[in-house]
Design a binder for this molecule. Structure first.
Ligand SMILES: Nc1ncnc2c1ncn2[C@@H]1O[C@H](COP(=O)(O)OP(=O)(O)OP(=O)(O)O)[C@@H](O)[C@H]1O
Ligand SMILES: [Mg+2]
Length: 432
């Protein structure tokens, strides 16, 4: 099959292939003869018996009964018959088989009767007694027309089926892609807590290796580290549970009003032992007064951790990374937000801009993001890191979590001056 960019053209080519590949089983046409005189019925039988399947009716009711039981392509009807007239039979037959072609046989009919027959979509009329060649031509042409019409009809149905199939295939592909993106996201986000767990297990092992007996301070040390490990393992479970819930299309649970300062303390614990911290300077500043956000606490930690890790990894030489928060008592003035070579906005139009709001800042003194890179940073799998160093999923996850939580993001960056990501999230009453 020739591949083209246009799906309709592809469908048409595919239908041709399909039609050629599966030719319809050959069926002889079926001809119905309706005449109350035996003579013409027998003549027509002799003329057409070699070419078509024949059905003979001597009156209207028999003709209608036959039409209900058989596929009829063409009918030849005498107009003048005892009982039901040919016109009446034609009208009734067209109700049963609207696609059937009809040829009327006329003797002394007025033009009015003929007009009436044509209105009922009779395709031809022939004078009686008929001439064999004329009759043969009329019936063959009517049969040909029926054949073409039924081919067009079945091809149109096939095109329709194929379009539905293409559509379904596209939906399937979309679902498969979403699934693989989600699996990649789970792995990406679980990596952070797993690195922390692995680090602490190593620390514990070293401590245990060097002591033959456990002193009370050793026990305290171990208990504290095990607490962190348990929290990180809980984070892994929470992350996978939420993603898997998304795969099963369960709506995200509405989050309780978790204290932002508690979240920042949890985040600090993770960051302080995170492998990407290295020699970098790191500071995390709580809110002056506490506040709470509407979105799930794990989502906030995931957003801030992804941004902090990016900030640590943006330069190989030591630099400074800072995280801070602020409660905003009034809605934002959205007019002051503008995209530009040094500014990138995300979901400003989707922000639930009702007070209270909570603002988080993640800033670094790294090299900044070049204007040609800035528009791409939220694209899935976009990374400027070396192969195997980054998946390019971090900011895509951040983007999804922010949109899901009806929040917004502003990235401000300048070469040589560093980068600041500002996140705005809808706030709620702090749970007592
Ligand atoms: N603070 C920052 N300073 C400079 N560049 C940044 C910063 N944050 C993000 N970027 C740029 O955005 C790109 C995409 O970031 P993203 O978090 O999506 O993926 P990644 O960090 O490259 O990979 P992964 O998150 O899997 O480690 C980065 O490769 C980098 O070029
Ligand atoms: Mg990243």
């Amino acid at each position: 099959m020739v591949s083209t960019a246009n799906p309709l053209a592809e469908a048409a080519v595919a239908v041709n292939d399909l039609v050629e590949a599966t030719p319809a089983p050959k069926r002889r046409g079926t001809l119905l003869v309706v005449d109350d005189e035996d003579g013409p019925r027998q003549s027509l039988r002799v003329i057409f018996k070699g070419e078509y399947d024949l059905l003979m009716a001597e009156d209207g009711p028999t003709a209608i009964e036959l039409a209900q039981k058989h596929d009829i392509d063409v009918a030849v009807l005498d107009i003048r018959m005892a009982g039901m007239s040919g016109i009446e039979v034609l009208e009734r037959l067209k109700c049963v088989k609207p696609e059937m072609e009809a040829i009327m046989m006329t003797a002394f009919e007025t033009t009015d009767t003929i007009r009436q027959a044509l209105r009922l979509r009779a395709c031809d009329y022939i004078n009686k007694p008929f001439d064999i060649a004329t009759m043969r031509d009329a019936v063959n042409q009517a049969m040909q027309r029926r054949k073409l019409e039924s081919e067009i009809h079945s091809n149109a149905e096939k095109v329709q089926d194929l379009l539905v199939e293409l559509q379904n295939q596209r939906i399937e592909e979309q679902i498969a892609k979403t699934r693989s993106d989600i699996y990649a996201s789970i792995i990406h986000d679980i990596n952070g807590p797993l690195a922390v767990i692995a680090g602490f297990v190593q620390v514990l092992n070293q401590r245990l290796d060097h002591s033959s007996r456990l002193e009370p301070e050793d026990l305290e040390f171990i208990k504290n580290r095990l607490g962190i490990i348990a929290r990180q393992a809980g984070n892994c479970i929470e992350i996978s549970r939420r993603y898997l819930g998304f795969l099963r299309r369960q709506p995200a649970e509405s989050a309780p009003g978790v204290s932002v300062n508690q979240l920042l303390r949890d985040l600090e614990q993770i960051v302080r032992v995170h492998p990407s911290l290295l020699e970098n300077e790191f500071d995390i500043m709580p809110l002056a007064g506490d506040a709470a956000v509407k979105i799930n606490g794990t989502d906030v930690i995931q957003i801030l951790l992804n941004l902090a890790v990016n900030a640590f990894q943006c330069a190989s030489q030591p630099h400074r990374v800072e995280i801070s928060g602020e409660a905003l008592p009034a809605p934002l003035d959205l007019r002051k937000f503008k995209d530009g070579p040094h500014d990138r906005l995300l979901n400003i139009e989707g922000l639930d801009n009702t007070a209270p709001l909570v603002k988080f800042l993640v800033s670094d003194t790294g090299p900044g993001i070049p204007p040609e890179v800035l528009p791409k940073i939220f694209q899935p799998y976009f990374t400027t890191k070396e192969p195997r160093q980054g998946t390019g999923l971090g900011l895509n996850i951040v983007q999804r979590l922010i949109k899901q939580g009806n929040g917004a993001l502003h990235c401000h960056t300048r070469a040589g001056e560093g980068t600041t990501f500002t996140i705005y999230l809808p706030g709620v009453e702090l749970a007592k």
